[in-house]
Ligand binder design. Structure first.
Ligand code: C2E
Ligand code: CA
Ligand code: CA
Length: 582
């Protein structure tokens, strides 16, 4: 933006111009001269003027004509004019001047003080306008920056998930209107995590940037490459002439990804997997298209990486979906897409947090998945054993971190599946390793085993439980009340705690049967010297009932939902506790 205003002085006499200019010298402005109306109009189209000092009497085009012409051109119509005239006393002239848009007039001979005071007003006005224009420009720049942030990935500069959705929507609409075909490619890198873990985040970031550039080279300018997050990229291809065209692009992408990457001094080899879905053929619903491409991508991964795969409707079959989920689970474990949330266990005598339960979550690119959706499959395909080990290790490390930070030592509850209980040697070794690695006392570990798991594996299970007890590790029976164990048979079990299932707690105040069952469990447990904890406590009524009946501890949304480790840390630091009214 210009730092000084431009002022135009117009007079047919050179000496007048010189005189005016010398008077204006002390104003902070660029002065331009014109000797005729024509010259003045030409200059006005070249520079943005803050003011024109316009002589009225000029041969050829006089000042009024110049003013009239200025008023019909949008570029000049807002420039303020001060007429300079020798015959000012004639009111007529003055009026004529105002009609043609003058803002002011001066009489010749020009009085320096009058001239300067008038001109200064216009310079002041120009400065204010300038500041306003600058502010508006800043605002535009800021708005553009925010838009960039909202729509583009900061690392690679590619469209992010939000803009990708927009582009895909547009592409689908366009191909429906033009009756042609489009494709969505879902691309996942096969060794990204390895790079990140072994070479560091900087190398990982560099890899993502390089990958995004290579991907952009594989497609036409009209196609959109986006980064959805992590190492997941998509390509939207419009106007596909033939399926073989998409095949060719997919191959090109795989070839590009297979070429070595130079990350600092290291040369790194990775590969990718590409899933393809075609619209409108496969679907026109955005979520479905994304799911299709994702499914096809996992199929490609499953068929041995560095491959691409087209979506087919058979992939929606139950069996295939399961296979894909299976592959997703394996990848998730490899790439550590799991995390733990923790739910506090609260003592009903003191109100203090005495322990936590570790609950697994799967952070998939399309959102968080809860354990009920994948634990059964993980059990079926044997993945639960490595997954369970990961959980135990991660939870123990977290427990150790809290303790090291000066927080009270907690009991960490970990859910065990039947498969883990059945492989006694493996389980005991895992537990021993973790205790040795963390240096935590065995009592800080509490394994939660469901009632049905124990009952269905009586001989092996009991032996394992005994071995755990011998080490000082605690065992609780989860979901108690849902199975068929008689309370009596518990007497011989090497366990310390019963966890009353949340289904009984839920209807405590409504259903007197449930209330009776809960009371019976609590009093029986007391006789067997077992501790009782109730899960799923959601309100004060349930809490009051359990406290009155002598239940030892509770867990549930009433005190806290399962939350991230970070949120738990805060709870522990703030010493969050239950407050009892009586
Ligand atoms: P669970 O062991 O019975 O865990 C308690 C479940 O109840 C958790 O669901 C928890 O979020 C939920 N819950 C807690 N408080 C309340 C409440 O006040 N009201 C209600 N309605 N629900 C409450 P989540 O986290 O979805 O876990 C579901 C099941 O998945 C667990 O049931 C457990 O059997 C299994 N699971 C979770 N993590 C693991 C793990 O690391 N390994 C194994 N093998 N199983 C796990
Ligand atoms: Ca549990
Ligand atoms: Ca439970």
């Amino acid at each position: 933006m210009p730092d000084k205003p431009n002022i135009l002085i117009v007079d047919d006499r050179q000496e007048n111009l010189i005189a005016l200019e010398s008077l204006l010298e002390e104003c902070d402005a660029h002065i331009h001269r014109a000797l005729s109306g024509n010259e003045a109009l030409t200059l006005m189209l070249k520079h943005p003027f803050a003011l024109v000092l316009l002589d009225v009497q000029m041969p050829g085009m006089d000042g009024f004509e110049v003013a009239e012409l200025m008023r019909v051109n949008t570029q000049t119509q807002t420039i303020p004019i001060i007429f300079v005239t020798a015959i000012s006393k004639e009111q007529q002239y003055v009026f004529k001047g105002y009609e043609s848009g003058a803002v002011d007039y001066l009489t010749k001979p020009v009085e320096p003080i009058v001239l300067l005071s008038k001109v200064r007003i216009f310079i002041q006005l120009w400065k204010q306008n300038q500041a306003l224009a600058e502010a508006l420009q800043q605002k535009d720049i800021l708005a553009e920056k925010l838009r960039q942030q909202a729509e583009y990935d900061a690392l690679t500069g590619l469209p992010n998930r939000a803009l990708f959705h927009d582009r895909l929507k547009q592409a689908v609409l366009l191909c429906e209107r033009n009756k042609n075909v489009g494709a969505l490619l879902f691309i996942d890198l096969d060794r990204f995590k390895w790079v990140n873990d072994t070479l560091g985040h900087k190398a990982g970031d560099q890899l993502l940037i390089d990958v995004s550039q290579r991907l952009c080279h594989c497609v036409r300018r009209t196609d959109t490459v986006s980064r959805l997050g992590g190492d997941e990229f998509t390509v939207v291809i419009q106007n596909v002439p033939h399926e073989s065209f998409v095949e060719m692009i997919s191959r090109k992408i795989l070839d590009e990804l297979a070429r070595p990457f130079q990350l600092g001094k290291k040369e790194v080899q990775i590969s990718g997997s590409v899933g393809v879905t075609i619209f409108p053929h496969d679907s026109v619903v955005l979520e479905d298209l994304l799911k299709n491409a994702d499914t096809a991508m996992y199929k490609a991964k499953d068929s041995g990486r560095n491959a691409f795969c087209f979506f087919t409707s058979e992939m929606n079959d139950h069996a295939v979906r399961r296979m894909v989920l299976e592959e997703q689970l394996r990848v998730a474990l490899e790439e550590e897409e799991f995390c733990l949330h923790y739910q506090p266990k609260v003592d009903l005598k003191t109100g203090h947090i005495i322990g936590m339960e570790a609950l697994i979550r799967w952070e998939r690119h399309d959102g968080m998945v809860f354990p009920d959706e994948f634990i059964p499959l993980a059990e079926e395909i044997g993945l639960i054993v490595p997954l369970g080990k990961w959980v135990m290790k991660a939870a123990a490390l977290q427990n150790k971190a809290w303790h090291s930070a000066g927080l009270p030592l907690l009991t960490m509850g970990i859910n065990l599946s039947a498969k883990q209980l059945n492989d006694q040697d493996d389980l005991i070794k895992t537990v021993d390793d973790i205790l040795a690695a963390t240096g935590l006392p065995p009592e800080s570990l509490e394994l939660e085993i469901t009632e049905t798991t124990v009952m269905e594996n009586l001989d092996v299970g009991l032996k394992t439980l005994q071995a755990l007890k011998d080490r000082g590790i605690q065992v609780s029976v989860d979901d108690f009340g849902t199975g068929y164990s008689s309370l009596g048979s518990l007497k011989s079990f090497p366990i310390q705690t019963l966890k009353i299932d949340k289904s009984f707690v839920r209807d405590l105040s409504l259903d007197s049967d449930d209330a009776a069952i809960v009371s019976a469990i609590i009093s029986m447990a007391g006789k067997l010297s077992l501790k009782v904890i109730a899960e799923g406590v959601e309100n004060q009524e349930q809490l009051d009932f359990l406290k009155q009946d002598g239940c030892d501890a509770i867990q549930g949304y009433f005190f806290s939902r399962p939350v991230s480790a970070q949120a738990c840390t805060q709870m522990l630091q703030e010493k969050k506790a239950l407050v009892f009214s009586s």
